[in-house]
Structure formats: C-alpha cells, structure tokens
Design a protein around this ligand. Structure first.
Ligand code: NAP
Length: 331
C-alpha cells in the first residue's frame, strides 16, 4: 500500500479525495492536512462534510495536520488554494516527496507534466529518476474539454476553438460564491479561468490551437458544461465526429487503472443532453459526456459536460497517481 497525504483535505476537492480513496486497492490515506483553522482538530470536527456518502470511518478521528513536510506518507495529493500550494508543494518536492496536484501555480512549469492519462500519459516519463516532483492535472473545465478534443485533434487537426462555459458552484470551493450573488443570476466572470483553459489545453494536446473562452458561473451544484465551436484543418461531418468520439479508447495501460472509466467519452444523441444533473455522474464522474454535435456553417458545434470535482479534480489526481504507480514512478 502506498501511504497518501491529502493537502487541503477539508475542502471540496479534499473531501472528494477522501471519499474516492475509501477502499482504494493501492492507496491508503495516512495524513490529512489543512489550514491553521483546522489543524489539531479531528477531521470530522474540522471538516463540514459535503459529500452525499458517509465520511469514511478511518477519517473521522484522524487529526488534521499542517500541509508541510515531514508528513506520515509516501506521496501527497494536493487540493490547496493557489497561494498555499505555491509554497507547500515545492517544500514537499525538496523533501523528496512526489506531489500530485489540482492547484494551478505549477501547471505550466516546464518540468511539471500536465497530465490527462487518456490523452498524454507519456508526459509522466519526465519525472523518471526524480524522488520529489510535481505532476499536475488541469483546470476543472480544461480537463473535460481535453478528453473531448483529443480524438478530434488526432483525426481532424483542431485549429480554432471558441468556448462558452457554464460552471458549477462547487468549482469555487466551499463556501464559494455568495448565494445572493448567484441565485436567480449568472456571473459572467471567473477570475483567471479564461486564460488558463487555452494554455493548459495546448500543453496537454501538444497543439497550438487559437482559442477564445468566455466563462460563466451558474447555479448548478456540480458539473461544468462547455459549448464549443471548433474549426479543423479538414472540416469533418457530424457522423465522422461521432465515430471519432465513440471509438476513442484509453490505452490498455490506462484502461486497466482502478479509477479509469469503462468509457472515457459518452456520446448522447438526444437534442437535450448533456445536462449536469443527468450526466455528471457518468462513469462514476470520470466519463466526459458530449452532445448536440452539429455543423453550423464553417463551424463544428458541440457541448461537453464533466464532473468538475471528480474528472476535473480529485478523480483526475487519483488517476494520475495510479498511472505513476503503474509505471513504477512512485511507491
Ligand atoms: P476549498 O473548498 O476552498 O478548500 C481549500 C482547502 O485548502 C481547505 O482544506 C482549506 O483548509 C485549505 N486551506 C485554505 N487556506 C489554506 C492555507 N493558507 N494553508 C493551508 N491550507 C489552506 O477549495 P477547493 O474547491 O477544494 O479547491 C482546492 C484547489 O483545487 C484550488 O487550488 C482549486 O483551484 C483547485 N481545483 C478545484 C476544483 C473544483 O472543482 N473545486 C477543480 C480543479 C481544481 P480549511 O478548511 O482549514 O480552511
């Protein structure tokens, strides 16, 4: 068993990590870390548990500790806010501890692989021979879009993407957006988001797509929806796009990882899908659902839905950790 420390364990991403690591075949959580507010308290007391399943019994009395080395663990999974991640994650690297992070500060660093295992698993080989390192998963919106664009980029050469996102409240953490700001409302700005998505997608896909992104916060609990307008080197037919998406398969290595969904992409033909409430839990929250696929003049148009705290965060980090373990890069 590989011993795992969770940084930011009391937050939305941290709680998903605790939930998803319950009974994991390779990983056992041995340390839960959060801010000074929580440190020294039992996890159940420090954490306002917001998952719909019961808190795992092993977590209840575990004392919350500072997110700094030394920690009683072999690797850390980080769900820290950017400011604390910027300091804490390099400290673990310096102490020889691998860090798998959901946070943004190091995603674009040249020596940090930004990984979606179904898309660019080989990027992790950059950490070979290093004891302490960071492997990042992308921004919660970019994570789902990367999976949907990967087969289209390979088959048709994606050159330009326009995107309008409708992002769930849990993407802002807890307590997140004030209820009076978002009830009966849509917020047409999410700080930093519109810059992150294009640069992260190009890094993951090894592409140089031109992208323009407009992000919105909507009153949905979980599940980020993105409307995409896509131009490719060769404009494909709707049938060819559906075939490329439906025939997309993770490599045998990635498909065998414990958290990999049976199907990474679910294509819906109904005119009113995907919807967050109906589709975010596809593949235990790890599948990306694509629908409303059509051509519109020179554009290919479609919708992409993914669960932001699972495929876009905790589940993505665990899948990356599993990939590292499968390749003998941790443990
Ligand atoms: P959150 O709900 O606000 O949780 C933040 C966590 O970090 C809590 O455990 C908090 O501990 C801890 N923390 C806050 N300030 C700290 C400090 N100064 N020192 C140490 N620990 C501190 O946020 P979240 O939504 O889980 O997001 C966590 C990270 O993941 C962020 O970087 C975010 O951008 C990224 N991310 C989030 C999502 C998503 O969908 N939510 C998706 C992808 C990536 P206390 O409870 O003790 O305050």
């Amino acid at each position: 068993m590989i011993r795992v420390g969770i940084l930011g364990a009391t937050g939305m991403v941290g709680q998903q990590l605790v939930r998803l690591l319950e009974g994991h075949p390779w990983f056992r959580v041995t340390a839960l870390a959060a801010s000074e507010r929580s440190q020294g308290r039992p996890y159940a007391e420090a954490c306002g548990w917001r998952m719909t399943t019961a808190m795992p019994a092993w977590a209840v009395a575990m004392p919350v500790v500072p997110p700094a080395p030394p920690l009683d663990c072999d690797i850390v999974l980080s769900g820290l806010p950017a400011d604390s991640a910027r300091v804490a994650e390099p400290a673990f690297v310096a102490a020889g501890v691998p860090v798998i992070t959901n946070s943004s500060p190091h995603r674009m660093d040249q020596d940090v692989p930004l990984v979606v295992p179904e898309v660019n698993a080989d990027a992790v080989s950059a950490v070979k021979g290093r004891r302490g390192f960071i492997v990042a998963n992308p921004n919660c919106t970019a994570a789902g879009i990367a999976v949907a664009l990967a087969p289209l980029h390979v088959a048709f050469g994606v050159e330009e993407v326009l995107a309008a996102t409708m992002q769930a409240l849990s993407g802002a953490g807890f307590p997140g957006v004030a209820s009076l700001d978002v009830t009966d409302n849509v917020l047409p700005y999410i700080a930093g988001e519109e810059e992150k998505i294009p640069r992260e997608l190009n890094k993951i896909l090894g592409a140089s797509m031109t992208m323009s992104v407009q992000c919105h916060r909507v009153s949905v609990r979980d599940g980020h929806l993105a409307a995409l307008w896509i131009k490719c080197a060769q404009q494909p037919s709707v049938g060819a796009v559906k075939d490329a998406l439906r025939s997309f398969r993770a490599s045998a290595e990635v498909a065998a990882l414990p958290s990999a969904p049976a199907e990474s992409i679910v294509v819906r033909d109904e005119p009113d899908r995907p919807q967050p409430v109906l589709d975010r839990d596809a593949g235990n929250g790890m599948a990306v659902t694509v629908g409303r696929i059509m051509t519109d003049g020179a554009w290919l148009r479609l919708l992409v839905l993914s669960h932001n705290t699972v495929r876009g965060a905790a589940g993505a980090a665990i899948l990356n950790a599993e990939l590292l373990k499968a390749r003998g890069l941790i443990g």
